[in-house]
Design a protein around this ligand. Structure first.
Ligand SMILES: C[S@@+](CC[C@H](N)C(=O)[O-])C[C@H]1O[C@@H](n2cnc3c(N)ncnc32)[C@H](O)[C@@H]1O
Length: 330
């Protein structure tokens, strides 16, 4: 295994072998007729740090809206959970730094609810941080962090506990799937759950297109850096030679479909080498990085009903820009 060192990065990264899933998925995406990268790979330690900065950006209203819901309505959310289940475990998909869900966890603890918290995240870095910090912030919390893909880890959580499940999927993570993938994801999720299990999902709602577009194009350029960081990660971990100066960040929002998409545009005809694979970019060719799908309330209900869930409650921020929906597995 080789070691790649990039000046300015504090971590020495071991190069992943060409057989790694990361390598295979990156090469598959870059070899497709319309080049893409999977946004789940944004989150190495630097990606986690940049995402936490995005959440502090004035333009990125999503965090403030959902934080308002969790800080002001956790008692109501906990009461709604208690109506459907007296004892359960809380599994959070893509927990990140859990800065919002912590308010619900605190409320459940103060209600005396008997539960274990299973945060799941593909980033080993954030799971490590949660395991260090949460027991300090919430000393009575029983928790077990699970580092890996959503469903692999959900399966593991099922082996640790057979209690009823309350699944949290916050922060508009579901928006990182296009409509078809979100449908397929919810169908698969419902297969891992039992009738009566609950799902609390954050949806960013359709609103003024300028407000949405600004959230993915902040003035300080942090979202731009977050996108470029994936190219740097590929350089570090897969030994590629992306020159980020030869790409520009291009966010778009289509108010007709609710799809907010980020691209990196190749500024010139160029070749990028990844291990022994050579990728050709044309001038102006787009590399699709991420979708952040926006929903109407009707679309959230339709998604629930089409995938084995019954909508049971909605929790909004004051502006009604964001909703956390509570669904019950039928
Ligand atoms: C947009 S951030 C949101 C974090 C958190 N839910 C919040 O609201 O602040 C997405 C998180 O999901 C994780 N993630 C993305 N794809 C994943 C996957 N396929 N399996 C597990 N975790 C994933 C990322 O590592 C990241 O921490």
């Amino acid at each position: 295994m080789q070691t790649t060192v990039i000046p300015g990065r504090t971590v020495l990264c071991k190069r992943k072998p060409a057989t790694s899933t990361f390598y295979q998925e990156v090469v598959k995406g870059l070899s497709a007729p319309q080049k893409y990268l999977d946004s789940k790979y944004f989150y190495d330690a630097e990606g986690d740090r940049l995402f936490q900065q995005i959440m502090q950006c004035e333009e990125y209203y999503l965090t403030g809206c959902e934080m308002e819901i969790l800080t002001s309505r956790s008692a109501e959310i906990a009461a709604a959970l208690a109506q459907h289940a007296s004892t359960f475990d809380v599994v959070e998909l893509g927990a990140g730094d859990a800065t919002k869900s912590i308010h619900l966890l605190r409320q459940l603890l103060s209600n005396g609810t008997d539960f274990t918290y299973f945060p799941i995240d593909i980033s080993a870095n954030v799971i490590g941080q949660l395991e260090q910090q949460l027991p300090v912030t919430l000393p009575n919390l029983r928790m077990k962090g699970l580092n890996g893909e959503y469903f692999d880890m959900l399966q593991q959580a099922n082996t640790y506990s057979h209690k009823k499940k309350v699944v949290l999927f916050m922060g508009a993570n579901i928006g990182n799937f296009n409509s078809t993938a979100a449908h397929d994801f919810c169908v698969e999720l419902s297969d891992y759950l039992l009738p009566g299990d609950l799902l609390l999902t954050g949806f960013d709602l359709k609103k003024n297109p300028q407000v949405i577009l600004r959230a993915y194009n902040d003035n300080a350029g942090i979202t731009r850096a977050f996108n470029f960081n994936l190219l740097t990660r590929i350089n570090l971990e897969l030994g590629a030679n992306f020159d980020i100066k030869k790409f520009e960040h291009y966010p778009t929002y289509d108010p007709g479909t609710g799809a907010c998409k980020s691209y990196l545009i190749s500024l010139e005809k160029q070749q990028v080498q990844i291990d022994d694979v050579c990728i050709n970019f044309e001038a102006d060719e787009p590399l699709y990085m991420e979708i952040s799908q926006k929903y109407s309330l009707e679309e959230t209900d339709q998604l629930a009903l089409a995938t084995g869930f019954q909508p049971v409650a909605r929790f909004f921020d004051n502006k009604k820009w964001f909703v956390d929906t509570l669904w019950k597995r039928v």
